[in-house]
Design a protein around this ligand. Structure first.
Ligand code: GLA
Length: 394
């Protein structure tokens, strides 16, 4: 079935009226790189962290996650000469068509091609990117780039998509066009998160719920290891393949059906099976801890998640193990784990706000120097700040 776009006929968004500083930055970078032209349309999207439920989205697991207040902006305008161009962080690419070349143009051009499947036809574009989401850090800069590109391009085209179609377009871009075998987590978190809330995803049923963050005095610190996480690498593909084989071997349609039967798996699949079976249960326990306001319990689950990802799923690194261990030694830290796809990226700590600086410093001391630390807040996904182009689910 071909999804439909709803073209706007009435009031177009005044393209500069509501621009954030970051959108202005993207538009400024565009003009500086490619010269003056027609005014740009822009879009913003956040990164995300997973609180619990890592590496279970592609086997129908349950996840607690949130968008974060590190965002990325994209500005787009028609190009004057029929070429497609992107500038990001001073790096430029240019080509005659929005094709894939394994460079910084890919995700932006993939977004444009994906919109074509929804009937949104775009002219060749000049595109500028400004980002506060560190790249390759496990914070979903790729999904943020895709979502911000989709929103900016919808604004330029004067078109709208439902939020479900926006997620579908992002997944087409990432899986079919860029070619990354990711699960549903990142675009769902980037689109559907609510400010001040944890988003609960059930990838078996497609259900989404939110729970308010229950502790004003407790926050989340993210520290980048400085090791680049690469979801396009073989590590992610092999883990996904093992998890899927574990389910098939047990005749389970997803990890929620495994229970304790991971014990029956052949040796080479047992550890992966145990990770996905226990991780989705930890998400349920984390939801109960959030509802009960039990930060100590949530911290234990966060630590257990890291141990499972490190020992059973083997996607941690020595540095991420050292960073999470360092965080746990700080008084006021409840728990710490790697976040995102692994093999590098970032660590996340649940910590008293009064101890956030000490926890960030402890993690930074174990990371590559100057990789970056952030006290993050649960933030709104793009469906909330972009009502002019993203409509409610169909
Ligand atoms: C990456 C993928 C997601 C998910 C996470 C791990 O971010 O894009 O689909 O699998 O890794 O939870």
């Amino acid at each position: 079935m071909r999804p439909s776009a709803h073209h706007r006929t009435a009031v177009a968004r005044c393209q500069n009226a509501e621009m954030t500083d970051l959108e202005m930055g993207a538009a400024g970078e565009l003009e500086a790189a490619f010269g003056p032209g027609t005014s740009a349309a822009s879009g913003v999207a956040p990164g995300r962290v997973t609180l619990l439920g890592e590496h279970v989205d592609y086997v129908s697991g349950r996840i607690a996650c949130m968008a974060i207040d590190l965002t990325l902006a994209v500005a787009v305008r028609p190009s004057a000469d029929g070429h497609w161009r992107v500038v990001s962080d001073g790096h430029r690419v240019e080509r005659p068509a929005p094709s894939m070349a394994r460079d910084i143009g890919d995700r932006v051009f993939a977004a444009a091609s994906a919109l074509g499947r929804f009937g949104v036809v775009l002219p060749p574009l000049d595109i500028g990117v400004a980002s506060r989401v560190p790249r390759s850090s496990g914070l979903s800069s790729s999904a943020a780039l895709t979502a911000a590109s989709l929103v900016a391009m919808l604004r330029l085209a004067g078109a709208r998509l439902s939020s479900d179609d926006l997620v579908a377009a992002a997944l087409i871009a990432e899986r079919e066009i860029v070619g990354v075998p990711c699960g549903d987590l990142d675009p769902l978190a980037v689109v559907y998160s609510r400010a001040g809330s944890v988003l609960l995803l059930d990838c078996a049923t497609g259900s989404r719920e939110t729970r308010g963050w229950p502790w004003p005095e407790i926050g989340l610190v993210v520290a980048s290891s400085g090791e680049r996480h690469d979801v396009q690498g073989t590590g992610y593909r092999t883990r996904r393949a093992m998890a899927e084989r574990a389910c098939v071997t047990l005749g389970a349609s997803g990890c929620q059906e495994i229970g304790d039967r991971w014990r029956d798996l052949p040796g080479e699949l047992r550890a992966a099976g145990r990770h996905i079976a226990t991780e989705t249960r930890r998400t349920d326990a984390a939801i109960a801890a959030l509802e009960a306001g039990d930060a100590h319990r949530l911290g234990v689950l966060v630590n257990e998640s890291h141990e499972s990802l490190s020992s059973d799923y083997r996607i941690s690194t020595e540095r991420l193990d050292a960073m999470t261990a360092a965080a746990r030694r700080v008084p006021g830290c409840y728990g710490a784990r790697l976040v995102g796809g692994g093999f590098g990226g970032s660590a996340l700590a649940l910590v008293d706000r009064s101890a956030a600086d000490a926890c960030a410093a402890a993690m930074a001391a174990a990371a590559i120097p100057d990789a970056g630390t952030w006290l993050i807040e649960p933030s709104a996904g793009v469906a909330v700040p972009a009502p002019d182009v993203v409509t409610s689910p169909t």
